[in-house]
Design a protein around this ligand. Sequence first.
Ligand code: MRU
Length: 348
Amino acid sequence: MAASDQVRALRWDGAALQVLDQRLLPAEERWLIARDATETARVIHDMAVRGAPAIGLAGAYGLVMAARALADADADAWTAGLAAAVALLNAARPTAVNLAAALHHLERIARQGVPGDWRALEQAAQALWDEDLAANRRMGELGSDCLPPGTRVLTHCNTGSLATAGLGTALGVVRTAWTGQRLAAVYATESRPWLQGARLTSWELNRDGIPVNLIVDSAAAFFMARGAIDWVIVGADRITANGDVANKIGTYALAVAARHHGLRFMVVAPSTTVDLAMACGADIPIEFRGPEEILRVSGRSATEPLLAAPNPVFDVTPAGLIDVLVTEKGVLERPDAAGLAALMARAC
Ligand code: MRU
């Protein structure tokens, strides 16, 4: 593991999935254990593990555990049991396509193989892990190459090792660009209400010795107007065929503000986040979470009781606001349907 990339969100110990509980960071580093598909669905839904590629990997290991429990089943029970586990795991969070993609990939392998051969799924889950890490390393280089020395970047949410197999997507670009001495400043938004930026991104960057300016979400346009930021760099939960991008709530506002101020806007995501089967962003299922995430801060009531506090946790940035899309397959300027289809058809 590289010196600048020491954090891991998950560990597969051969029998169970160990999950670093991201709800407790940075105050406490506590590992939970998910022993079957049901417990895995719960840690994904409750956001002990979060971030599109990381929940895809967690889901894959949840399915491995379901397959192990079906090892002695006959062919019909094996197929039906796996389908039920896929449905259970896939329902844990709706927006990131990586979860569905990982589950369906493993289910396909199970269908092509010998009923009961759960080890084949374990190998496939490990391969997904290795591919995600390799994709992040490649994207780190490709994205970093887009940034001239002296660049000041702003990133949103957490897209680091905690959200992936390691290194990260947008944060992987930040890490690589920092190591390559291209960055003059790094800004991270708090990412209300769950505080992925304040609690997780700051923690990861601090551990790497990368100085970070933490700002409240609503200060982003202020710093843009002052000329303090050159590039906004974010991850993605789903990229549709026309290049629209679902990502953490607030991403769309950052893209609008970046375009207004003449800044560049980069999305960094592995090809597993691209959903060519979905035409456009309006079709993406957007997760709404409970109002308590907004109404309570640090476990305490932050406001008078309200009738409603609608809490969409993702939004959609139209392709037209994106200057650069970085995947492990290459860099696409001004993504659109034709460019994205051609990029996805490339071998790595
Ligand atoms: O609700 P979360 O924390 O799972 O949302 C995470 C994000 O929106 C990330 O930006 C995205 O998943 C990319 S992570 C590499």
